[in-house]
Write a protein that binds this ligand. Structure first.
Ligand code: FMN
Length: 257
């Protein structure tokens, strides 16, 4: 049996080992950075996961320097002042798949989409490293454009565990009309994913048709800056706080008797 002296000796060896070799680390391939082992990365307070927080911003437009980019860039300038990293990921003009409801991501517990030939799993990977999400979309026929919805539906369906508890906001950019419907469509996804929706002084809508016109929408630009300020405030206040407890199993009721 271990007496008090043995216990102290073993503890000192353990402390010396930790001092020499650092915290417990996961096995990794040579040359790869080693990460401390956490029992459940999803439950780690933000402060323990990394020092600097990051907001991932999806630009749903195919126009690289279009109006959605202008709107998201305005938010990025505030994040920079708040010492929060941000990245604008543009979906571009390459084809994207839509969810075919194959269920393989669920059945195999992949945590990502089974199709790996477009940006879907890139977004999943970037969401794993990010603390918040903004989805910016041009308005097409009063809706978010098809590409951004197809990608985000697959991200949320396959990697729901990864996005929950992360603050989110939608941004809709249009020439004239349909922005509130598009804004609401994107928000509907966040509201099913346990993502706290961040608001601004107005709905996150920016007006402009030709590239760069959005910068002339002074109220829209201010709305973007306020959104980024509010998101920064929320992230800073969440930092280090544990995530809420929820019931382990979901009730799915189909109304069919
Ligand atoms: C196919 C298509 C449909 C559009 N539908 C709408 C619309 O319903 N309402 C609107 O105000 N603008 C509409 N627009 C205009 C764009 O929303 C607008 O030009 C926006 O600034 C584009 O953003 P971007 O520069 O980031 O691509 C449409 C544009 C395209 C190409």
């Amino acid at each position: 049996m271990m007496d008090r002296r043995d216990f102290l000796k073993n503890s000192m060896i353990a402390v010396a080992g930790a001092a020499l070799f650092g915290p417990m680390v996961a096995c990794s391939k040579p040359g790869e950075p080693q990460k401390p082992v956490h029992p459940d990365p999803g439950l780690q307070p933000l402060a323990e996961r990394k020092e600097k927080m990051k907001v991932l911003m999806i630009n749903g437009s195919a126009r690289a320097d279009g109006n959605t980019f202008c709107a998201l860039s305005e938010a990025a300038s505030v994040f920079q002042k708040q010492n929060i990293d941000s990245e604008i990921l543009q979906i571009g003009a390459k084809p994207v798949r839509f969810c075919i409801a194959c269920g393989a991501c669920m059945a195999k517990k992949l945590g990502k989409c089974v199709f790996d030939d477009d940006l879907c799993n890139v977004i999943v990977q970037k969401m794993a490293e990010s603390d918040a999400l903004i989805v910016g979309t041009p308005v097409y026929y009063g809706q978010p454009n098809g590409g951004v919805m197809a990608l985000m539906q697959r991200v949320f369906f396959s990697a729901g565990q990864l996005v929950q508890n992360k603050p989110a906001a939608a941004v809709a950019v249009c020439r004239r009309g349909g922005a509130t419907a598009a804004f609401q469509s994107v928000n509907m996804m966040f509201q099913m994913m346990n993502m706290p929706v961040v608001t601004s002084q107005y709905w996150n809508i920016v007006y402009g048709r030709d590239k760069g016109e959005a910068k002339l929408d002074t109220e829209g630009m201010q709305t973007m800056r306020t959104l980024a300020s509010n998101m920064s405030w929320l992230l800073q206040n969440l930092n280090g706080k544990p995530v809420p407890e929820r019931e382990a199993s979901r009730q799915f009721m189909s109304f069919i008797r």
